[in-house]
Design a protein around this ligand. Structure first.
Ligand SMILES: [Zn+2]
Length: 379
């Protein structure tokens, strides 16, 4: 079966429903992918993820390389067997982490040298070494190494980082071709180019011409205003090959997800939904709430009355507040289940709305409720 097929396009926006087929899973898009950076989606067991309906999660090469190490995972029989996950895994190359976490790093045309955040030891990633490592751990969808730059870099800096990213993209494809795989694995290119449209266009067209299975949009949501993120995203998507799936790296808030879908994004990931779960926050139909607030002390309603997740079916806000205040581990577990369910349901409803031809109306309704400032209202 073809890796990606568009099943239905929205008439008024660029939203679409599609299907990804990996050697392990059939995945409907738009899809939200929970982040399992170190080989675990924090506070969720794989059984929870299956039950919530997830078919693909993320792993991060940078973290897995440093701990436990590629060899440990390879000898376990690959990442899937190591973490006991039977569906698909997309692995991030670690480019973003090298550039954001490592204070000491040096970029060369051949790759990037960095010091470990855990013990200060020196390491060198090249475009071909990160592909080779992703193959060794059995990734279903691999990402290329790219040079991520911070917000507001000047034209020359942005251009040279983009050119290096394109050069690395070509080397990544060559590296993948030279490796014989026992199981089919896909590879995505990444469009960089900062916030300069001319460079974004150049990158988007160059990556589209290469033999990638999908196209990721990188370098957005790095501290800029949301309106600028969306302007650059919309612009970039107009210059990529629309036959391939498009992936927005690092976006996971409900309103952002729905807007990006309307520009044509098919795949998302973000650590935020699981991170806020550990801080006592929850998405609800009427906006984000924080369970630690005193208004929830005697509130015996579920987190979200419109939600059918395990947490909402069985527990009250009052109890969840108590768990959070008592620093009980169950607090993170129950909120993670709810927040992941909420996002999965959101993209499912988005797919349904596209199929029915009412995506704009669906977004309008969702937005009206969601911006209702739930923490200050009783429902
Ligand atoms: Zn729920």
């Amino acid at each position: 079966m073809k890796f990606f097929k568009v099943l239905k396009k929205d008439l008024k926006t660029n939203a679409r429903v599609g299907r990804l087929v990996t050697s392990r899973s059939i995945i409907l898009t738009p899809v939200f992918m929970p982040v399992g950076t170190k080989g675990t989606v924090k506070a969720a067991k794989v059984e929870d993820l299956y039950e919530l309906g997830f078919k693909i999660i993320l792993g991060n090469l940078y973290h897995l390389y440093l701990q436990p190490g590629i060899e440990v995972i390879e000898k376990a029989g690959g990442l899937h067997r190591f973490i006991n996950w039977k569906e698909s895994i997309l692995t991030d190359s670690g480019g973003y982490q090298v550039f954001s976490l490592s204070k000491i790093r040096r970029v060369y045309d051949e790759g990037v040298e960095f010091k470990s955040i855990t013990d200060g030891s020196s390491h060198f990633f090249t475009p071909s070494s990160v592909i080779e490592m992703q193959c060794r751990i059995g990734s279903d969808i691999m990402m290329v190494l790219d040079e991520c730059i911070s917000f507001n870099k000047d034209y020359q800096y942005t251009l040279s980082a983009a050119q290096r990213t394109l050069k690395w993209a070509r080397l990544s494809l060559e590296a993948k071709k030279s490796i014989s795989l026992t199981r089919d694995s896909k590879i995505f290119g990444i469009v960089q180019g900062g916030f300069i449209k001319e460079i974004r266009k150049y990158c988007a067209e160059s990556i589209s011409q290469m033999d990638f299975d999908g196209i990721a949009i990188g370098g957005l949501s790095v501290g800029e205003e949301r309106a600028l993120t969306m302007e650059i995203l919309d612009f970039t998507l107009n210059h990529v090959d629309r036959e391939k799936p498009s992936y927005f790296m690092g976006l996971g808030d409900p309103l952002g997800v729905l807007e990006a879908i309307s520009y044509g994004i098919d795949m998302f990931d973000c650590a935020m939904p699981t991170r806020i779960s550990r801080n006592g926050s929850a998405f609800t139909t009427y906006g984000k709430i924080n369970i630690k607030k005193s208004i929830y002390t005697y509130d015996y309603n579920p987190l979200d009355e419109k939600c059918d997740c395990y947490t909402c079916k069985n527990y009250s806000r009052s109890y969840l507040k108590h768990l959070y205040k008592s620093k009980e581990i169950l607090s993170s577990i129950l909120l993670t289940i709810h927040n992941l369910y909420f996002l999965n349901k959101l993209v499912e409803n988005a797919r349904y709305a596209v199929m029915k031809g009412c995506y704009e109306e669906f977004v309008r309704n969702f937005k009206r409720n969601y911006t209702n400032n739930a923490d200050n209202k009783k429902h």
